[in-house]
Design a protein around this ligand. Structure first.
Ligand code: GAR
Length: 198
């Protein structure tokens, strides 16, 4: 059974989908802890499923490195096999990425390498593209620049706002995330091999 830590900053709707999938006895992974950099609304989903939570407020630390080290220390108590960034809106310091990689993945609401960063949906709308998408990647040292594990296109519709487009992307993200976590758990996806491929 693959053990998973999930890190969030916001509503945690993708976290909830993963928790629901993992509640099935057939699913080969379990969420063992949920962490956040702020009082995230999504903690409620962890509580609904009886999963422990770890709050390490970014603002209480002088440097990103100190925050990241403490987050890592508290998450590592649960010895997860995989860490999933599911809407964590902070860059992890390089030392933490190096410690967890390649078992460190991220969901992103765009078809990477298009529209990386904190505003993937807004940037796609501003660019006037007809299609954007959703991606799940391995985290590396850059901003949404790691190897792509799964991605799918989502159409931009006339009249879309950032909110309506994001709400259409999220169900795709959820499906991709659940498939990727299952694939890692079954060995179908070999993160070491993916990370080693140039
Ligand atoms: C998701 O769309 C996730 O991909 C995005 O934040 C949203 C979180 O939604 N992450 C990023 O944009 C990271 N660059 P949720 O809190 O409802 O799961």
């Amino acid at each position: 059974m693959l053990t998973v830590a999930v890190l969030i900053s916001g509503t945690g709707s993708n976290l909830r989908a993963l928790l629901e999938a993992a509640a099935s006895p057939d699913f080969p992974a379990r969420v063992v802890v949920v962490g956040a950099d702020r009082e995230a609304d999504g903690f409620v989903h962890a509580e609904d499923f009886g999963i422990p939570t770890v709050l390490v407020p970014f603002r209480e630390f002088e440097t990103r490195e100190q925050w990241g080290d403490e987050l890592r220390r508290q998450i590592d108590v649960w010895t997860p096999d995989l860490v999933v960034l599911s809407g964590l809106m902070r860059l992890l310091p390089q030392g933490v990425v190096d410690a967890w990689a390649p078992a460190l993945i991220n969901t992103h609401p765009a078809y990477l390498p298009e529209f990386p960063g904190a505003h993937g949906v807004r940037d796609a709308l501003a660019a006037g593209v007809a299609e954007t998408g959703a991606s799940v990647i391995v985290v590396d040292g850059g901003v949404d620049s790691g190897p792509i594990l799964a991605q799918e296109r989502v159409a931009v519709l006339p009249g879309d706002t950032e909110a309506t487009l994001h709400e259409r992307i999220k169900p795709v993200e959820r499906r991709l995330l659940i498939d990727v976590v299952r694939g890692i758990a079954t060995g179908e996806i070999d993160l070491d091999a993916v990370a080693a491929t140039p």
